[in-house]
Design a protein around this ligand. Sequence first.
Ligand SMILES: [Ca+2]
Length: 291
Amino acid sequence: MDDIQTIDGNNNARYADNQRVGNSSTTIERSILQTIPVTNTLDVREPGCNQCRDQDHQAFELSFAFQPIVRASSRSIVSYEALARGPQGQGFAYVKQQINDNNLYHFDQTCRVKAIELATRLNLKVALNINFTPNAVYRPETCIRTTLAAAKKYGFPVESIHFEVTESEEVQEKSHLFDIIAAYKKLGFTTAIDDFGAGFSGLNLLAEFQPDYIKIDRALIDRVDQKPAKQAIIQGVLLTCKMLNIGVLAEGVERREEYEWLCSKGVDLFQGYYFARPGFEQLPEVADSTF
Ligand SMILES: [Ca+2]
């Protein structure tokens, strides 16, 4: 478990803060579960809450593939990202066609619970990265209730759940995104900005709030060893993150040369086909020779 607890290897201070919160997570979890109303007593005036209350949590045809996240310095897997798939391993497009404006909140909740359930069944002993869409969170304190309940049910430590937030679709209100991140951090969850450097997720986001770490998008990683402009941008991001005490993960690494260049600049956390492709309902290993 040491690996998880120091996943943010470049930023021990920030992670230490997290650990302190994490150590008291059971207490926090208990108090949150006591103070947040149970589903059937949720305020009926809140459409998002009604949606989750009224729908069957088994309604979606949904499963997950898992892709390892590794730390180079310890040559170890520190987490797995849960990627939504159809029940027979169909791609995300299959899953997406089941989502509409009326079930978005409910889908998001179901994803979290099912990812935690499956990870537990697969005997996952490191952290679990879960993607979420800010627009699918109606009210952070309420929407997290089912996740906390699932973590408790399956004995999954709250601090080992990492939430990846992406801004590839513009969030309706920036303050809503910041509220969610703040609420999740307070509860002891680890937070990450996904697809950093792509779409709407850029350095400007970090001016408003600081997650535990960012995941640099593949668009910047692709052939970085050969592209001076990408090298300049990534070194700028690394310096910024160092000054803000934010961890950095490179995602979408497909070539050894990319990995070596990034390592030489101090990146320690990686994900991508070079290490392992996602495994449907399984936890793929990473060969030692990869490092
Ligand atoms: Ca992701």
